[in-house]
Ligand binder design. Structure first.
Ligand code: NAI
Ligand code: MG
Length: 366
């Protein structure tokens, strides 16, 4: 039977970019004979409008049962004054939590045609292709005790960095598995020099490596030095695995190596299901972009590249993923730009659908 895919377009530009992803999915079926059983449901504000909740139980169940979920974006000014319990973001948070998506994959990939767009020198970023894996469900954002207490006449803000060895081991496995599908190299980042959780992190990653993944090259780096190396010579890395806090910072910094928010895909993976595939949610890094929604200006590439990640990491279709990425590379090299990719020079922008159509044409020619 065909692999199953649940599409949750969401709000704002979410449905606009998802329309372009649909073209790629249809192309895969008609031109490559690779078909998916696609279902679609509401999430975020769109779900709230229809059902009074940002994610229905029925959609949650569907998400749990499919091979992969592809989400557009949620949120918008219309929903800003809603009660926290029904805010659009809660739909996304519920998906991540109930699917237990502990490994957040953030690629930093630089297409040659956009190398000038980066904040770094062209030779530092041209051809860059690295993956940062951030632990997403534990660490200092969740550890207890936490809170603001008063001692004497002073307030104290408290957070606790806490990692169990199983939490470290499972995200380490995600990193090694991924490295095997890429450049076979993992760099683990923590601060074992000053943090106990960092000492355990390094120890457990090393143990998992020795026991199960000794074919993958492993190195360790202190996260602050890692931040520096990421800016100095990012191409030295393949897969970087790190905790929730450091991953938050390092992935945002790495994102800016490559340019626009409209280009950045992501994936969040959980435990392997009975078919061996990890639980998986793919989504662009950007939000619902209310400032440009409904105007045909959105860049669909981040969402299309998120689907390419699904091809590679959920469906073992790495070659097809590369085909999609090369089609994106081709249209960029041909000079096509949505509005977000235009700097000073006077290129005129193409619309969301024109960008999608051009990517299909490039796929046809591949
Ligand atoms: P945003 O990512 O929606 O937009 C930031 C800026 O980047 C805007 O100027 C927007 O026009 C531009 N932009 C974003 N994606 C683009 C694309 N594909 N093509 C061209 N330009 C693009 O972040 P913002 O403005 O902070 O948040 C807007 C709404 O989205 C809020 O309601 C926020 O809560 C929600 N949001 C949702 C996320 C999600 O669904 N995962 C993530 C981030 C924000
Ligand atoms: Mg962040």
């Amino acid at each position: 039977s065909n692999p199953t895919l649940l599409i949750l377009p969401g709000d704002g530009i979410g449905p606009e970019v998802m329309t372009e992803v649909r073209k790629v999915i249809d192309w895969m079926g008609s031109s490559r004979g690779i078909s998916f059983d696609v279902s679609e449901a509401l999430v975020g504000g769109a779900s709230y409008d229809a059902h009074g909740t940002p994610l229905t139980d029925e959609t949650m169940e569907q998400a749990q049962s499919v091979d992969a979920v592809l989400l557009g974006a949620v949120g918008g000014p219309k929903y800003d004054d809603l009660d926290f319990s029904v805010k659009p973001e809660r739909g996304l948070l519920r998906l991540r939590k109930e699917m237990d998506l502990y490994a957040n994959l953030r690629p930093a990939q630089c297409f040659d045609a956009l190398a000038d767009f980066s904040s770094l020198k062209k030779d530092v970023v041209a051809g860059l292709d690295i993956m940062i894996i951030r632990e997403l469900t534990s660490g200092i954002y969740f550890g207890e005790p936490r809170g603001i207490i008063t001692e004497g006449n002073e307030r104290i803000g408290i957070n606790t960095q806490r990692y169990t060895e199983s939490e470290i081991a499972r995200v380490a496995r995600s990193a090694f598995e991924l490295a095997r599908k890429r450049g076979n190299k993992v760099c683990s980042m923590e601060k074992a020099n000053v943090m106990e959780s960092g000492v355990l992190w390094r120890r457990v990653v090393t143990e998992v490596h020795e026991a199960e993944y000794s074919d993958v090259e492993l190195s360790h780096m202190y996260a602050d030095a890692g931040a520096m190396q990421l800016c100095r010579w990012p191409k030295q890395f393949d897969v970087i695995v790190t905790d929730n806090l450091f991953g938050d910072l390092l992935s945002d910094a790495a994102a800016m190596l490559t340019g626009s928010l409209g280009m950045l895909p992501s994936a969040s993976l959980g435990a392997p299901m009975s078919n061996g595939r990890p639980k998986a949610l793919y989504e662009p890094v950007h939000g619902s972009a209310p400032d440009i929604a409904g105007q045909g200006k959105a860049n669909p590439i981040a969402c299309i590249l998120s689907f390419a990640m699904a091809l590679r990491y959920s469906f073992d279709l790495g070659e097809e993923a590369t085909r999609v990425e090369q089609a994106v590379e081709k249209v960029l090299a041909d000079g096509l730009r949505t509005a977000d990719l235009i700097g000073e020079e006077g290129v005129s922008p193409v619309s969301t659908s024109a960008m999608g159509d051009a990517i299909i044409a490039a796929l046809d020619a591949s």
